[in-house]
Design a protein around this ligand. Structure first.
Ligand code: IDP
Ligand code: MG
Length: 144
């Protein structure tokens, strides 16, 4: 079976930056064997985050999520490799860090902080379509 080379959007969320975990997270992505093809630290505009998280509009954690994502700088990255979308979500672990598998980024390094939005260190695109959309939102300068 041959797998196509994919790209995925990865974010180190503000909790990861504040906790000095950028290096640890990048190390795990690289150790797994994926290539980073773009990396930048940004403080995203509200409109960018609204576009990125539009699928969650109306959910109880939507506004807390936007506030949290604007609470400090984030690191946006594009990682590349065969099945990287699925592979990064596997090394990131489940959304809820309390039960994310030990060995995963969220399972090893995050926990419930009692906040309205789950603070879980990283974002990773969940499909080829979302990856394309999200890379376009965070890296408009790379549009071909
Ligand atoms: P994912 O990041 O694992 O793909 P999504 O369901 O896409 O999870 O949710 C986006 C983000 O919103 C999560 O990473 C987390 O920070 C937050 N979130 C998701 N579900 C909940 C919830 O039920 N309560 C509080 N925060 C949530
Ligand atoms: Mg998601």
């Amino acid at each position: 079976m041959t797998s196509p080379i994919e790209q995925t959007l990865i974010l180190v969320k503000p909790d990861g930056v504040k906790r000095r975990l950028i290096g640890e997270i990048i190390s795990r992505i690289e150790a797994k064997g994926y290539h980073l093809v773009a990396v930048k630290m940004i403080e995203p505009e509200l409109s960018l985050l609204q576009a990125h998280y539009r699928e969650h509009e109306g959910k109880p954690f939507y506004q807390p999520l936007l506030d949290f994502m604007q609470s400090g700088p984030i690191v946006a990255m594009i990682a590349e490799g065969e099945r990287v979308i699925e592979g990064f979500r596997s090394i990131a672990g489940a959304t809820d860090p309390t039960v994310a598998a030990p060995g995963s980024i969220r399972g090893d390094l995050a926990r419930d902080q009692g906040t309205k939005v789950v603070q879980n260190l990283v974002h990773g695109s969940d499909s080829v379509e979302s990856a394309k959309r999200e890379i376009g939102i965070f890296f408009p300068e790379l549009k071909k």
